[in-house]
Ligand binder design. Structure first.
Ligand SMILES: *Cc1c(COP(=O)(O)O)cnc(C)c1O
Length: 311
């Protein structure tokens, strides 16, 4: 919201539908219209070709999400923003520690926004921050987090109370110290998951962009119901009965939610959303628990026919 206010954006913002609702909420709260782009098969981030098709005279910006920590096709999106003379900024909530072509996420577009809420890699209980190389966004962002004035009580624009609490900052600083270690542990656990699940029919993984690093904020499986033998919802229920809690991120996608509903077709988003499931992953997850989840999923697959009848 502060980036959009700082840039004085109006009109339409192109954004993926396949993201957390907070991305779309921010656009709505700034009084703009979200125009939903489809995602790239495999990578699950905004599809630059579709984004380019959606640009009109009303478009003021692209707001793309680095989904599950996997960087967007930043180069292609920046080319579009430059060509069409619109702004580009990112929802980098999942990305503390991600890299794109050897450079840390936080360096790209006009600005990037990060979250420090409990499911993220660096946690301040609540809170977040934005990064920018643009002096004007920095000036207005700092002012905007404190209602929009610079200490003079003479507001330059309508800001927010978006200050960071000291208590929260202390916790954030402590978890920041563990970021590299936690990232390494997560990456190792994902390695075990990939090895254990890659031969199970009907399961595929998010593709990670070349020369990039993801945080694995989440580790989703994409199901092919015919090959796996069960639908995503049936797998979700079967895991739940074994006390394994998974998440259906991001289903429903924004364009199908009651608040934002648009009668449009986004072929990749519409195909992926009902088939994706994020399985348990946290930095300190014991390797034995990862193996248990793998064995449970294999078992569910092997007994798919019986489960289908029982559910
Ligand atoms: C968590 C999350 C947010 C919201 O972050 P807050 O710190 O709760 O404001 C925004 N976008 C995405 C993609 C998220 O996952």
């Amino acid at each position: 919201m502060l980036v959009m206010k700082s840039l004085k954006l109006r009109g339409e913002v192109i954004t993926p539908s396949f993201t957390f609702c907070a991305t779309t909420n921010a656009i709505e709260w700034c009084g703009m219209k979200p125009v939903f782009a489809d995602i790239e098969e495999g990578y699950l981030c905004a599809d630059p070709n579709h984004v380019n098709e959606l640009v009109t005279k009303k478009t003021s910006a692209i707001l793309a999400t680095h989904v599950f920590g996997n960087p967007c096709d930043i180069g292609a999106l920046q080319d579009i923003a430059d060509d069409r003379k619109i702004r580009l900024f990112f929802d980098a909530a999942h990305c503390f520690g991600s890299e794109y072509k050897g450079k840390k996420i936080g360096n790209f577009g006009d600005a990037e926004s990060f979250s420090l809420s409990p499911t993220k890699l660096v946690v301040a209980v609540e809170g977040g921050f934005l990064t920018t190389n643009d002096d004007e966004i920095a000036r207005l962002g700092i002012m905007g987090r404190d209602y929009g004035h610079d200490g003079s009580y003479d507001c330059e624009f309508a800001g927010l109370n978006a200050r960071m609490e000291e208590f929260n900052a202390i916790i954030g600083n402590e978890t920041l110290k563990r970021l590299e270690k936690n990232l390494q542990m997560r990456t190792d656990l994902v390695g075990i998951y990939r090895q254990g699940l890659s031969k199970v029919p009907g399961i595929s993984f998010q593709k990670i962009r070349d020369r990039s690093r993801t945080t694995y904020k989440d580790f989703p499986l994409i199901l092919d119901e015919k090959e796996f033998g069960l639908s995503r919802d049936q797998l979700y229920e079967s895991l739940r009965m074994e006390n394994i809690i998974s998440k259906k991120y991001f289903d429903p996608p924004s364009h199908k939610q009651r608040a934002f509903r648009q009668d449009i077709r986004l072929p990749v988003t519409d195909s992926i959303a009902p088939r994706i499931i994020s399985i348990p992953l946290f930095s300190h997850m014991p390797k034995d628990d990862v193996k248990k989840v793998i064995e449970t999923i294999k078992n569910i697959h092997e007994n798919a026919e019986d489960i289908r009848k029982a559910l």
